[in-house]
Write a protein that binds this ligand. Sequence first.
Ligand code: TRP
Length: 371
Amino acid sequence: MKKRVFDPWEVKGPMNYDKLVKEFGVSTLKTLPGIFNKELLFRRKIVFAHRDYQKILESIRDKKKFVMMTGLMPTGKFHLGHAILAKQFVFYQKLGAKIYIAVADIEAYNTRNQSLEQSRKIAIEEYITNYIAMGLSPKNVEIYFQSNRSKDAKKANAYYRLQNLLARHATFNEFKAVYGDITPGKMLSSLLQASDMLHSQLPEFENQCQIVVPVGIDQDPHLRIARDISKRIKNPMFTQLSSTYHLFAPGLKGPKGKMSASNPNSYIALTDSPKEVKNKINRYAFSGGQPTLAQHKEKGGNPDIDVSYQYLKMLLEEDDKKLLQIREDYKTGKLTTGELKAYTIQKLNSFLKEHQKEMKKAKKLVSKFLG
Ligand code: TRP
């Protein structure tokens, strides 16, 4: 068995979400208001857990201003897993939220040995261009680099000042308890990320307001630290952060772990060609089917571990009825692995064809998103 690693900087090996929910003390997401049915990630509980999300639901209900804040570590190719987060930005932006996105170039420098120049290049060419192609509009968005918060000195100072002031309100034992092994670089990343998550409430930005941070559940330790510290600060007062957690897109090899930019055999990039997609799905996508066709027809397959089915469910098949039909047919063995893969390839390639057309347009718009 492969070694399991799970912390905010590295996730390897099989996932056990139920265990994490219990261990971290997050809540599972229950019924949401009707408007959330528009986004399959909510409808199908791909966004599955939260902290204090009720406050965001109230802001939406009362048409009160709120902020959606998240960040990205700009390493490697933009893949299907990243698209799960990008769809959420676009959804919140349509709901009227102000969007803050941090490019974690300082974090990548301190924890991945990646230069700021390299991070900038990857962030722009891969991440930001893909976000735009997925529908992020330049209205109501602030995308910034941790190493270069703002040209406006008042804003920049406020952001870095907050990171530094937060330090007094945490103890070393707390850091050790939350992160285990901790280096100075990781500790600074944690405090900078806390400032990422909280600074929009400062008077230089939006003033005290409700913030939701959508992330993968590996990032919850950062939220715990930021939430605990912010409660102890009285001046300025911070409204408690809300957060949501989405499932990771499984890597092509399925049970072995999540899709990861550092492992090319695990991902489908949004720039992959139709040939690459066909080859990757046919050769690598883990199948929940039986070893022989005869056995499959007799016993049926398991969609819950089948990677092609998971991609349809998480991103590609908008039609709930059709998805259910595929699920049932696969379970009874009527639908074979070959057929399921062929359908997934077709869906993926039509999604990517459209997306890659949008990417071409997006390249010309990037400068509008960089303050
Ligand atoms: N640590 C995050 C990652 O590895 C990136 C990040 C930086 C972030 N600042 C953030 C995420 C603020 C959420 C909110 O992907």
